[in-house]
Design a protein around this ligand. Structure first.
Ligand SMILES: [Mg+2]
Ligand SMILES: [Zn+2]
Length: 183
């Protein structure tokens, strides 16, 4: 199967240092909804792996998080596409869980769900932790310049990291060159 995995905040929707705490604060980055829909319509399964420590911090609850993801799914559906599995880590950085990126637990969950090997699968993120999680499972780290991407780019990146302006550019690359990729 053709699978691509996305970080959420800073890749699909605008990030905020104050956390995304409500559906009203969940604002898509221009072109990102269309990009996901285009990938879906081109035969790609688009999964999401997102750290949401705001849950552990009490900034919002699971019902609110679910509502944000329902909004994401509805917007993509309006464009004729579909969002695949969305996996989130609700834990704080001190809880020692296996899912909070840079740990790769969420990527393993996605791999089990779809029964796929993560080797070479593109994982698109804007933070160092995303790239490190990708490398930990032998996936292809992909950095976008939205969200924290510019800041991340100014730090040492894992070897082989691909860099794109935004999710729309990633989608265009995958769709136009998918014949040459595994899957
Ligand atoms: Mg992010
Ligand atoms: Zn976790």
């Amino acid at each position: 199967m053709k699978l691509v995995i996305l970080d959420r905040d800073g890749v699909i929707n605008e990030d905020s240092d104050a956390y995304i705490k409500s559906v009203a604060e969940w604002i898509p980055i221009p072109g990102s909804i269309e990009a996901i829909a285009q990938l879906s319509k081109a035969g790609w399964t688009v999964a999401v792996a997102t750290n949401q420590s705001g849950i552990a911090r009490g900034y919002y609850d699971l019902a609110t998080l679910d509502a944000m993801h329902a909004r994401l799914r509805a917007l993509v559906a309006e464009q004729g596409g579909e969002v695949g599995l969305i996996v989130y880590c609700p834990h704080g950085p001190d809880q020692g869980c296996d899912c909070r990126k840079p740990k790769p637990g969420m990527l393993h969950t996605i791999a089990r769900h779809y029964a796929v090997d993560l080797h070479g699968i593109w994982f698109v993120g804007d933070s160092k932790g995303d790239l490190e999680a990708a490398v930990a499972v032998d996936s292809q780290p992909v950095l976008v310049m939205t969200g924290k991407g510019q800041k991340t780019r100014s730090t040492p990146l894992p070897a082989g990291t691909l860099i794109f302006d935004d999710l729309a550019a990633v989608a265009a690359e995958l769709i136009h060159n998918s014949a040459s990729l595994n899957g």
